[in-house]
Structures are given as C-alpha cells and as structure tokens.
Write a protein that binds this ligand. Structure first.
Ligand code: PGA
Ligand code: ZN
Length: 401
C-alpha cells in the first residue's frame, strides 16, 4: 500500500475534550481514525500525550507531523504492521511518552483501515486474517448505570452492565438491551427520581445501598432469556492504604471477596471486571480461584492490553478474561500480541470503548475480528456509543450472509 498523504487534526470527544484524528490517503481512497480517552485510567497504561494544560493535543499532532508523516508520505508498506514498527522505533520509549500512545494509535488504526480498504475485505475480516484470530460475533456489554469515577461516585461500582447475546442475533439482543435500558429509566425514576446521565450515557442515580442498582436492573431483565448482569468495579479507583471504600463502608481484601461472592449468588452476575486494584494480584488470584469456574473475572487496569503484563498475569492465573483497549498500549501490533497471549491461556476477550469516545466505530470491527466474547460500548444515549452498535449490526449482516 502506498500512502500519498497523511493529515492529523483535532476533534472533540464525548466530554468535549480535544482528541486526535488521522486521515490517510492512497490514490482516491481515504480513511480516518480517531482515538478515545479514559478517565479511570490504570497506572500501567501507555502515556497519553497532552499539552501543558493537560487537555490539548497540539504537541501530539506536531509530533506526528514532524517525525512520522514524512516517513509515511510517498512510501509503500507491505503490511500495516510495518507502520506500527515504524511508530515504535521512532517513539523509542517503553511507555510511548515520546509520540504519545494517543497519537500512535490514530496512525496505527488508520493504517489498518487503509490496508483493509485496499484489500477489499471488510475491516473485521482483515483484522482476523492479519492477527491470526478467528472472527466471531460478541455479546454486548451495555453499561446502563454509571457510578464510580464516571458519575461522582453516586453508586459504589463504576459500571452496572446488561450483557446481551449468546443465543440470539446481535440485532435482536441489541433491541432487547435497549428496551431494558428504557424500562430501567422508569424504574430509576420511581426509586430515585430524575437523575443525570453519566460519562458513558447510562443513568447515574444516587444509590445509598449496595443492593439498589442490582435490584433495579434485575427487575428489568428478569424473564428476558438473552439478558444477564455484570459489573466493572474499577477497584483501583476506590483503593487506599489496603482498603476498598464505597461511600461510608470500607473493606479489606477478604471482606471484599466475601461481598462479591454474595453479590454473585444473590444477583446472578456473569462477570466482574477489575474486582481488585491493579496491584492487588493476590486479590485477583483468590477471586479467580473462588469464582472463576462460574463467571468471568476480567482484568482491565490489571492487564492494560500490554503483552508483557498479560503474559505475567496469565502465568499467575490472575483472571480468566481481559479487556482489550487499543489506547492502553498504542499500536494494533501490540493489541494483537496481547490478545493472542490471553487467548492461548484460555482467557476470554472483551473489547472496550473508553469513557471519552468519538464516533469512530473501530472497536466493533476489532471485537469481531479478534473473536471477542464481548464488546463494551456504553448506553444508547450518545451517538459515540450508538455508532459502535450500528456498525456491529452491519457487521452481523456481512458475517452471516
Ligand atoms: P475509562 O473507564 O474509559 O474512564 O478508563 C472504562 C473502564 O474502566 O473500563
Ligand atoms: Zn474497566
């Protein structure tokens, strides 16, 4: 593939924060990729480059224009991996602090989109072929109640998720999940009153008991065969000096473990993401031993889509599933490596958006291409989230027919 032109520009994410968009052109063909941004970011994530004000992306864009684009324009690349190798060698740091993982990822994703478009394959199929994975349609992980860092800690856990799919078509599961989400709006209004929406578009009620969010969701999904319940505890955000604190309650590792065990039994949870803090590997190991036969224990901050860390965490059996977030690491080459290591260890994958999103639907293709068990894309109240679901429904038609 020959790249004729590379352009980087600024656009705003779903929080109104600047982010980066890269356009690559080859002949008449042009593709665009933009990158999301997290709020409850893990300490092991690659560096997101921001200007001195902590917001702008002018420095990151300048870095691409000065150090990367002159090496792309007018050049030919056999595979998108070659672009990733170039990005990694120019950056030259272990944490991507020179170019910034955000700047690198925009180029990496645009390179893959361009290669896929030139090959004539749908993007998900190209990703499957190129990463060595077997494509499959994922379950939908729709975050319907936002708590934690995404909603001023109005509810104890960061995300209460309706899991849809597994037995029906994606289109059908999506419809069922959206209807349950609307119904949940009525239940929340009845129990708590009018509430704002959180960063990922779900309701953000002030819940003063641990059980209330679970009860409200169970009320709208019970009897709906295709719908289940999961959480992202994002426990790194509530961990301080050996204790996990929600509202007025503090728990040590053993107490939190017992709490999860009770919640799983009472509310029939099918997966728990980041149940313990990113450095509390012992907590992860214990919950995986205790509950991992029945439910998914999902690493997010724990694994940070980093091949070296994933390798260490699979060796120590710290979980049985992990989140795939490309902007945690910065190149798709490394995303495929991390995903491959996890899959080889028998782990499930859940591809994920970030709380600050754009309308780029890339993670939909990534989820299918890598054969992920699930895909997290938020609530259907923001176009940035709906764009992912729309693309998944489109992919399902390409996949099945
Ligand atoms: P973030 O949260 O995008 O704000 O980091 C998402 C998550 O923890 O899964
Ligand atoms: Zn998470």
């Amino acid at each position: 593939m020959r790249i004729d032109q590379a352009i980087a520009s600024e656009l705003r994410d779903s929080r109104g924060t600047p982010t980066i968009e890269v356009t690559l052109r080859s002949g008449d063909l042009s593709v665009r990729a933009s990158v999301p941004s997290g709020k409850s970011t893990g300490a092991k994530e690659a560096h997101e480059k921001r200007d001195q004000d902590g917001k702008g992306v002018n420095d990151a864009i300048r870095g691409l224009r000065e150090s990367i684009f002159p090496r792309l324009e007018g050049e030919r690349f056999a595979f998108p991996n070659d672009i990733d190798h170039l990005l990694l060698s120019v950056d030259g740091t272990p944490d991507k602090s020179h170019l910034g993982a955000n700047a690198m990822l925009a180029v990496s994703v645009a390179g893959t989109k361009l290669a896929a478009a030139l090959s004539g394959l749908p993007l998900w199929k190209f990703i499957g072929t190129h990463s060595g994975a077997t494509p499959a349609l994922p379950r939908l992980y729709m975050n319907v109640l936002n708590g934690g860092a995404h909603a001023q800690f109005h509810s104890p856990f960061q995300e209460y998720i309706i899991v849809a799919g597994g037995s029906e078509t994606l289109a059908h599961s999506y419809e069922a999940a959206v209807r349950a989400f609307w119904k949940l709006g009525d239940v929340v209004k009845r129990e708590v009153g009018d509430v704002p929406l959180g960063d990922e578009g779900g309701y953000a009620p002030m819940c003063d008991t641990l059980d209330l969010p679970f009860k409200m969701i169970r009320e709208v999904i019970d009897g709906q065969g295709d719908l289940a319940l999961a959480i992202d505890a994002a426990a790194s955000e509530i961990f301080l000096d050996g204790f996990y604190t929600f509202g007025k309650e503090s728990y040590d590792r053993n107490e939190l473990l017992a709490l999860y065990q009770g919640l799983v039994q009472k509310f029939n949870l099918v997966s728990i993401e980041d149940p313990f803090a990113e450095d509390d590997v012992q907590g992860f190991q214990e919950i995986t031993r205790l509950l991992g036969k029945d439910i998914l224990i999902v690493g997010d901050d724990l694994t940070a889509t980093n091949p070296n860390i994933v390798s260490a965490m699979t060796d120590t059996r710290a979980a049985n599933a992990m989140i795939v977030k490309p902007n945690q690491i910065g190149t798709l080459l490394e995303v495929y490596r991390a995903a491959g290591i996890a899959k080889n260890a028998g782990w499930e994958l859940i591809a994920s958006h970030r709380s600050g999103e754009t309308e780029d639907s890339f993670i939909a293709d990534l989820a299918v291409g890598l054969g992920c068990y699930g895909v997290k894309a938020g609530a259907p109240t923001q176009k940035e989230r709906v764009a992912k679901y729309d693309r998944l429904i489109e992919i399902e038609k390409e996949f099945l027919y």
